[in-house]
Design a protein around this ligand. Structure first.
Ligand SMILES: [Ca+2]
Ligand SMILES: [Ca+2]
Length: 467
């Protein structure tokens, strides 16, 4: 091409600055008297010069640039390309200066952000004595918190300290180190955090914790919330991240399967939705119950507003009342369908959930090896649960002068088997149920209850029998 048509591309356009959100076409003039091509080519060329000066090869640089552009797809911007180039350099030349050099050269033009550690919590898990998977009043529990470095700089010297402002909870082991967390890595505390929950703590109340993490030159404080007790009823969510097809009557459907609650839908029932979309007037959102009742949550209202994020009926008003579900079985498949009924604007079903919390079930510390504690009336969770063979039931009575009766009931409350009926010594007792009824016939899989009665006292718990 003759020089009179195109003056060529300069590769030292140091003043050219990337503005996030701007669309850059080829050979387009940008502020400072530069061309768009020069903004991208300058840091690449300057990286090449710097790397060759450090004894690296042109072939290495070519390979990084070529491979970093594979699989990026359409709609990407210069910052994505810069980050992909740096990540590819780190992968292909893990011991070399390549990634650092590209980073420094892209930073001159604001193409990438200043590298920084960014820690998030992937998940936390509780190590607890009763086997129900959650902290209960009276328990001492261990805690693992998995940190994830989602930033652009390695984190080293990571140490975390756990604290709580929740009354009735004591942190017994507050600090732990973590292994170094390079970019993209995740890891758990090397020693368990330990908490004690008072006997008098209210079953179902949350424990609010704060994890203060220090690393290298920075720090961050991250909240952790632990639920005490097992939720009765349901509180379940999924994150399907489904793209909603534009102007398509089928839409996308996501399913939540509820198992083993044996409960029915109450007026507490509510639905969380997290849908991003650039024109919610395009959207129809409906929920189908296990009994095949359909309730429209959203019916093309809202016009050009963005996103449907909230709770029906907490912060969003359902198009049809949720009361159509009341009294139906909670167990089974719940299906959320999102339809985009008009062209152009599009969106994503990020996450959704259903909640109908009907109480909390906490394990009583019947096994507490404490000789000074006062005997009491208590029924412990069955083991195992769910059960495919014999079931062990433990309970405690505080009086010897009343008959104690322990029986198994089916899901409808009908008597199945008597396991104990008569006076007992004060203290802890254990019986085994062989999954047979009073006539020694084996019972089928399903939900059962076991009920302890003595004097005017009564306690009932649920167990699940599986084949
Ligand atoms: Ca527990
Ligand atoms: Ca649309």
């Amino acid at each position: 091409m003759p020089a009179s048509c195109w003056s060529g591309r300069v590769l030292n356009a140091f003043g050219a600055q990337y503005v996030p959100g701007t669309t850059y076409g080829a050979h387009q003039s940008i502020p400072g008297g530069y061309q768009s091509d020069e903004l991208w080519s300058t840091p690449l060329f300057q990286s090449l010069i710097a790397l060759i000066a450090q004894g690296e090869t042109r072939e290495e640089v070519d390979q990084i640039i070529l491979e970093s552009h594979f699989g990026l797809g359409s709609g990407i911007n210069m910052r994505d390309m810069g980050n992909a180039t740096i990540a590819t350099a780190a992968l292909l030349q893990p011991g070399g200066p390549h990634a650092d050099v590209f980073t420094q050269k892209f930073l001159v033009h604001n193409i990438v952000d200043v590298p920084a550690v960014s820690l998030t919590i992937d998940n936390s898990s509780v190590i607890e004595p009763s086997g129900n998977g959650v902290p209960d009043p009276g328990e001492q529990v261990g805690l693992k918190v998995r940190l994830h470095n989602v930033g652009t700089l390695d984190a080293s010297g990571v140490v975390a300290t756990l604290s709580t402002g929740t009354a009735g909870v004591t942190v017994d082991a507050a600090s732990s180190a973590y292994d170094d967390l390079p970019i993209g890595a995740s890891g758990e505390n090397l020693t368990d955090f330990v908490l004690s929950i008072d006997f008098g703590f209210e079953c179902g109340d949350p424990i609010q914790l704060l994890l203060s993490v220090t690393y290298g030159a920075g720090s961050v404080a991250l909240p952790v919330v632990l639920q005490t007790g097992v939720v009765l009823g349901v509180s379940q969510s999924v994150e399907p991240h489904l793209a909603i097809p534009d102007n398509n009557a089928t839409g996308v459907t996501s399913t939540i399967v509820v198992l083993g609650t044996g409960a029915t839908v109450t007026p507490n029932f509510n639905v969380d939705v997290d849908i991003t979309h650039t024109y919610v007037g395009d959207l129809k959102v409906q929920l189908r119950s296990p009994a095949n009742t359909v309730v429209l949550l959203h019916n093309r209202t809202g016009g050009s507003a963005d996103n449907l994020v909230g709770n029906y009926p907490g912060t969003l008003t359902p198009a049809q009342p949720l009361s159509a579900f009341f009294g139906q079985a909670l167990d089974g498949q719940w299906k959320l369908t999102v339809i985009d009924a008009a062209g152009q604007d599009i969106g994503t079903l990020n996450a959704w959930g259903i909640n109908d919390i009907q109480g909390y079930d906490c394990d009583s510390p019947v096994d507490a090896p404490d000789a000074t504690r006062v005997p009491r009336f208590a029924l412990a969770p069955s083991r195992p649960n769910p059960a495919s063979g014999d079931v062990t039931l433990r309970f405690e009575v505080a009086r010897a002068d009343f008959d104690a009766r322990l029986e198994i009931l089916d899901v409808s409350g009908r008597h199945v088997r008597t396991l104990q009926d008569g006076p007992l010594t004060v203290g802890i007792h254990q019986v085994t149920w062989n999954r047979c009824d009073d006539a020694d016939r084996a019972v089928g899989a399903g939900v059962y209850f076991y009920r302890l009665r003595q004097g005017g006292l009564e306690a009932t718990r649920k167990l699940l029998v599986i084949d």
